[in-house]
Design a protein around this ligand. Structure first.
Ligand code: GLU
Length: 306
């Protein structure tokens, strides 16, 4: 548990190679914690073992080490934490309605289902209305969903400012465990950050929309909510969003440039230093401030993404 110091983390999903956006995320999370005299941990979010080979995770850990980022504690692997998630699911079912959901992918993607801005769906509560008898008659594996109240969750993001979301209309009852038994990111991230005593979460704005439902789980589990910092989208030099499939893998970068050059270029892109110059990551600790991070988007140098 946390002993009063700042604890930051980087929590990659090893479903592919790291790209420079992921590297930057690790750097910002590391620098933010270290600049406050805090500690930093790495957690591997390999919940879905089929999509997340161990080799990809090792590759991420090695890449981070090459640029000077190491975990201050033993690395947590989510694939080894199923018992903790099962216990949390049980605890949640005591304080909220957690119910089995039998809907198929086709049911959930029917045209009448409302889509959310994050690509998810607003679940129409079909299975919430099933009686015990109907549930008993279902002859297939169920996912588990948690019911959300008609309540607005508000939090103050350290970069994006005040955020509010009504859980019932903007999120809906969401999955805690998939029908194949794999626990959902939303549950695992809260259980693990909570148990490690993480005090601040620095990550990309693509997860800003998920944050209220995570805060909801923190509250139900009686865990303190970390402070959030969502940095803007990382784009190539032309302003296009990066994706893992593009050729800017960190591996390729490390073949082309020195680790110090990469760190310097990324630090410049994130506003930490006024011009790109090769530097070690720890030299940036006293220079880091979230106030310097661009508010609209972070543009990578052309040479990184071409
Ligand atoms: N594992 C998630 C990802 O790689 C990030 C989780 C988080 O930072 O909360 O996208």
């Amino acid at each position: 548990m946390n002993d009063g110091v700042v604890l930051g983390r980087f929590a990659p999903t090893p479903s592919g190679f790291m790209h420079s956006g992921n590297l930057l995320c690790a750097m910002l999370a590391y620098l933010s914690a270290k600049s406050k005299g805090g500690k930093f941990i790495i957690r591997i979010e390999d919940l879905d073992a089929l999509r997340c080979p161990r080799s990809a995770a090792i590759d991420i850990i090695d890449t981070l080490e090459t640029i000077g980022i190491k975990s201050d504690e033993k690395i947590v692997w989510q694939s080894e934490r199923t018992a903790a998630y099962a216990a949390a699911e049980k605890a949640l079912s005591r304080v909220a309605e957690v119910y089995p959901c039998y809907c198929s992918r086709a049911d959930l993607h029917a045209p009448q289902i409302k889509r959310l801005p994050d690509g998810g769906i607003l679940y129409p509560k079909t299975c919430k209305r099933l009686s015990d008898v109907q549930r008993a008659a279902m002859n297939r594996a169920s996912a588990q969903r948690i019911s959300v109240p008609d309540e607005v969750i508000t939090f103050n993001d350290g970069i994006c400012g005040e955020q509010s979301q009504n859980l019932a209309s903007c999120c809906g009852d969401f999955i805690l465990r998939r029908s194949d038994g794999v626990y959902a990111y939303q549950l695992a991230v809260v259980v693990d950050d909570g148990e490690s005593g993480v005090t601040e979460v620095v990550r990309g704005a693509d997860l800003l929309y998920d944050t209220p439902r995570q805060i909801y789980l923190y509250r139900l589990l009686g865990l303190p909510t970390p402070k959030y910092f969502h940095f803007p989208l990382v784009c190539d030099a032309t302003g296009r969003k990066l994706s893992k499939s593009e050729g800017d893998s960190a591996k390729r970068l490390l073949k082309t440039f020195s680790a110090h050059r990469i760190v310097g270029e990324l630090a410049f892109a994130a506003g930490i230093i006024p011009e790109p110059r090769p530097t070690g990551i720890d030299e940036l600790i006293p220079l880091f401030s979230v106030d310097r991070i661009p508010r609209d988007r972070i543009l990578l140098p052309e040479s990184f993404t071409e």
